[in-house]
Design a protein around this ligand. Structure first.
Ligand code: COA
Length: 238
């Protein structure tokens, strides 16, 4: 029996599948989901059998409708909430994975849903995907890295406009803004994610992981330091 209630974890032929599984609440991100993702990402990180990870979600309507709004009222005082977040740093765990992570996004991709996907390496979206960060409208700010990862991904001006206005965007605009890498018809979303995963899997594991590390870490560096990092990582392959 699975220890997980709100995610499904499967591993097949070197590909790990994490599936958000709260269809009744449009896969809203609740405390239970945070804890289960934290556990599973920790296990994947140490699992030598996993080459690539696919993050997806059940249900027709949504990848994830953001933070669970019903928990807002029952949330602990901010100081405890903050401590809990540090204790269970899901976003840090996503970013610490050496394996590439592909997000397969459909339907509503809101709040934490976008933020989770921004911690992934490649985002594929179905043509029905709709994206939004409604936090300011709820009187809060993104708490899962969105204020940092969105501008790093799509650039300063469009990120600020989306974050401040709360405007939702469709899949076509998300592609234009480079928020997603590709748009696919819904039935092709998972097959294409798997095809991509298998392609990555066919390459040298160390090279794949070094490329991922060079790009992510290099983002925080001035060019000269980034080039030095690339050189250091490349030495292994000389
Ligand atoms: N937290 C908890 N439950 C949520 C949820 C959330 N973020 N988003 C949706 N749900 C629940 C609804 O309460 C509803 O439950 P019910 O069937 O028991 O009443 C179910 O999921 C279906 O949602 P519903 O609103 O009926 O679907 P819809 O197609 O009419 O609307 C949305 C979809 C996404 C537009 C709408 O659900 C919505 O605005 N959700 C909140 C988005 C949000 O602000 N997220 C927080 C980001 S920080």
């Amino acid at each position: 029996m699975s220890i997980f209630e709100v995610i499904i974890y499967e591993k097949r032929n070197g590909i790990a599948y994490i599936t958000l599984n709260r269809p009744g609440a449009l896969n809203a991100y609740n405390i239970r989901m945070r804890d289960e993702l934290y556990e599973v990402l920790g296990a994947i990180k140490d699992d030598a059998e996993v080459d690539v990870v696919i993050l997806k979600a059940v249900g027709e309507k949504a990848f994830c409708a953001g933070a669970d709004l019903t928990e807002f009222l029952t949330a602990p005082p901010p100081v405890f909430a903050r401590q809990a977040r540090f204790d269970r740093d899901v976003w840090g765990r996503f970013l610490s994975l050496e394996q590439p992570v592909i997000a397969a996004l459909h339907g509503y991709v809101l709040g934490s849903g976008i933020e989770m996907s921004l911690c992934c390496d490649i985002r594929l979206a179905s043509d029905d995907a709709r994206f939004g960060l409604p936090e300011p409208g709820l009187g809060i700010i993104p708490a899962a890295g969105g204020s940092q990862t969105l501008p790093r991904t799509i650039g300063f001006a469009p990120a600020l406009e989306i974050l401040l206005s709360g405007r939702w965007i469709d899949a076509q605009e998300a592609l234009k803004l480079k928020l997603v890498n590709r748009i696919l018809p819904r039935p092709s979303l998972l097959p294409e994610a798997e095809k991509l995963a298998k392609q990555i899997q066919s390459y040298d594991r160390a090279a794949v992981r070094a490329v991922k590390q060079a790009v992510w870490r290099g983002l925080d560096f001035p060019l000269a330091e980034g080039l030095a990092l690339e050189k250091r990582l490349g030495k292994v392959f000389d």
